[in-house]
Design a protein around this ligand. Structure first.
Ligand code: SF4
Length: 387
């Protein structure tokens, strides 16, 4: 901290939410290696850091990041800050390299090939293969096969492996929950039972709250079976409420139809409780804003938390050459969803485990905090209802 570099006044909650949204759309130029995910399921190409203490993942390696106005710079006091041009905007801190990454299983498998630490969540794709990968049904936004192809993970993690790693992640690096996803299998349960068993083993060994993520099983009794395994939260991801977009970007998932997701969610809310069921809603794939917002509100009415995220074009995915959506488009959706969540008494702070608890890949949680709706009941975020 020098005279010409006075300490930063912390940003107001809404300014911080707006900044996180902007950086997640433009990317963050970094000239130091920061903890990152380069491929895999979910929003990969994700540099992991804390902006004003809020855990956040941001694009750091994609080519479009080079033209981002935002950069991460070191400070004289050894800290970090986010800059826009030469204007210092916010303090930042890097996610430390997890200590458990130095450990291996008895068979010599590095723990980081079994599960990564997403800031404070131990996360894994338990089956790194998918019935849709590599054929016409492949989801265009997904990179599940890329990390396997480049040797950054193993194809199948066993419940015992995941339990072992979760205990280490908890004890050595303070993991507070586990987020387990899976490629879809060509079986009626779509992989839900296997990821459920993995979550059960993690919970039994590490006592961490667990979220598992899977596609709607054709037999909905499977959802109750997963709940009976002691799993806390589930993610059943529709990806887009716009059926035209879903058919184009996720033909395999689209075959179920949007209504099948609402039917599966209804069953899941009955089994796990309102707010413990969530869905990814990816913005920036050509969807209609009004269709997205209406879909999110209908999901919220059912007790499902819509985890709205900007598209993060994953290297090696069919969408690798696209750009994330502009911050204005993302913010416009957040500003319509957040007051509705507050009105329905739902919030990220009520989610037991997983992405909707973690919030790092979205700015929704930061806007919730800015809204304050969940704290003291009145809203501060200006309500924006598009006509
Ligand atoms: S929201 Fe958190 S747990 Fe989910 S993919 Fe992003 S960093 Fe990982």
């Amino acid at each position: 901290m020098t005279l010409d570099n006075p300490p930063l006044e912390p940003l107001a909650a809404e300014e911080l939410a707006t900044l996180i949204t902007a950086v997640q759309s433009s990317g963050l130029r970094v000239d130091v290696p920061i903890g990152a995910r380069s491929g895999g399921a979910g929003p990969a190409d994700a540099g992991m850091l804390y902006i004003e203490g809020v855990q956040t993942t941001v694009p750091t390696t994609a080519s479009y990041v080079e033209s981002s106005p935002y950069s991460l710079r070191s400070e004289d006091d050894g800290g970090w800050a986010v800059y826009e041009g030469d204007r210092r905007l916010a303090s930042a801190a890097l996610a430390p390299r997890p200590a458990y990454y130095d450990l291996r299983t008895e068979d010599g498998i590095p723990y980081w090939q079994i599960a990564l630490l997403h800031l404070d969540s131990v996360a894994s794709t338990v089956l790194q293969t998918c019935a849709y990968w590599g054929n016409d049904d492949q989801c265009a936004f997904c990179g599940i096969g890329t990390t396997l192809a480049n040797g950054r993970t193993i194809a199948k993690k066993t419940p015992a492996m995941l339990a072992e790693v979760a205990v280490a992640a908890r004890d050595l690096d303070g993991a507070v929950d586990a987020t387990l996803t899976t490629g879809s299998t060509a079986t009626p349960d779509r992989g839900a039972l296997y990821v459920g068993r993995c979550g059960e083993a993690v919970k039994a060994a590490a006592g961490l709250p667990v979220q598992v993520q899977f596609e709607p099983p054709s037999d909905l009794d499977v959802i109750d079976q997963v709940a009976d395994m002691g799993i806390d939260s589930v993610g059943i991801h529709i990806e887009s409420f716009d059926p035209r977009v879903l058919a184009r970007v996720a033909p395999g998932k689209a075959r179920w139809g949007v209504e099948a997701y609402f039917t599966a969610w209804e069953r899941a809310v009955a089994a796990f409780g309102p707010g413990q069921v969530s869905t990814y809603v990816i913005l920036g794939m050509g969807e209609e804003e009004a269709v997205t917002v209406e879909g999110c509100k209908r999901a919220i009415d059912l007790g499902v938390y819509p985890f709205v995220v900007p598209l993060r074009p994953v290297p090696g995915s069919l969408m690798q050459d696209l750009l994330p959506p502009p911050k204005e488009a993302v913010e416009a959706v957040y500003r319509q969803i957040v007051p509705y969540l507050a009105r329905k008494g739902m919030s990220a702070s009520g989610v037991a485990a997983g992405c909707a608890r973690c919030q790092a890949c979205s700015g929704l949680g930061a806007f919730e905090k800015a809204d304050g709706g969940m704290q003291d009941g009145h809203r501060s975020l200006p309500l924006v209802f598009s006509a």
